[in-house]
Design a protein around this ligand. Structure first.
Ligand code: SAM
Length: 283
């Protein structure tokens, strides 16, 4: 009979058997609720013939749920001791490939052989943003990402641009994907229990960005300036990048009031500002 890995006693037994302890520094909080695993695997929307990448399989709880969909699973794990554990816990699933390494140091596109793939993960929370940005900026053929993260980060990522919760990460993620929160997962669903509430987020790559700009890097420089010091009015943020006269000229050309805070700008307003800054740089 197949052993359910997402179970408190099973996780405890496996860790004891390998004389291991969950490593806080690597964000090791293992899922112990089969229903949560099943819901994440279902949300990934994969089945036979599909490919899915998992980041941080741990002892293999979510990996098992993904394997049960019939999809080909590639799972990258940083902790070498857990890679040894996975060889045993997932021995019954030939469609699972375990890769030992740091996802941030991995050429994920090459690993997935240039084929389209989904990503599903209960992320290590200490590097949620770097992982997200790495995946989104690598121009990978992603079909969908279903990621568990800290609730606070989920709220920021899915915030409406221009609203109170929005940050530079909101803009960076929503420029490339449509983001929505799927469901919350309480600390009691993990072992050890994290201190924070968790949320599963779905990101679906957009066929085209919400705005068309001539220079994407410039857009994100301007956005980052707003959130580097969000209490300042945007004119003062912009003066960190340009001299005062240039900043005022750009804001005027974009039809923006520099006494507003940048965090309140809409996509369309960012577009106008980026075009004004681009025109200024091309002079
Ligand atoms: N998927 C398992 C589960 O849901 O029970 C474990 C999730 S745990 C929150 C995060 C996992 O990511 C840990 O196994 C940790 O060792 C691994 N990890 C941490 N940093 C990593 C990195 N840079 N690359 C790959 N895996 C990493």
């Amino acid at each position: 009979m197949e052993i359910e890995l997402a179970n408190r006693q099973t996780v405890r037994r496996i860790l004891a058997h390998f004389a291991l302890r969950a490593q806080k520094k690597w964000g090791q909080n293992f899922l112990i609720r089969p229903a949560v695993v099943a819901d994440i695997a279902a949300a990934a929307g994969v089945g036979p013939g599909d490919r899915v990448l998992e980041i941080g399989p741990g002892i293999g709880t979510l990996t098992q749920g993904l394997a049960r969909t019939g999809a080909a699973v590639t799972a990258i794990e940083l902790d070498r001791r857990l890679v040894e554990v996975l060889a045993e816990t997932l021995a019954a699933y030939p469609e699972v490939r375990i890769v030992s390494g740091d996802v941030l140091q991995t050429d994920v596109g090459a690993l997935m052989e240039g084929q389209p793939f989904a990503v599903a993960a209960n992320l290590p929370y200490y590097i949620t943003t770097p992982i997200l940005m790495y995946l989104l900026e690598s121009r990978l053929p992603l079909t969908r990402l279903v990621l568990m993260m800290q609730r606070e980060v989920a709220q920021r990522i899915t915030a409406v641009p221009g609203s109170k919760n929005a940050g530079a990460i909101t803009m960076a993620v929503q420029y490339r994907t449509q983001a929505r929160m799927l469901f919350d997962v309480p600390p009691s669903s993990f072992m050890p229990a994290p201190e924070v509430m968790s949320t599963v987020v779905e990101l679906v790559p957009r066929p085209a960005p919400p705005i068309a700009v001539a220079d994407e890097r410039l857009l994100f420089r301007l956005v980052k300036a707003a959130f580097a010091n969000r209490r300042k009015v945007y004119r003062n943020n912009l003066k960190a990048l340009y001299d005062g006269a240039a900043a005022d000229a750009m804001l005027a050309a974009a039809g923006l009031d520099g006494n507003r805070r940048g965090e309140t700008f809409t996509w369309e307003e960012w577009r106008r500002l980026t075009e004004a800054a681009h025109a200024y740089a091309s002079k």
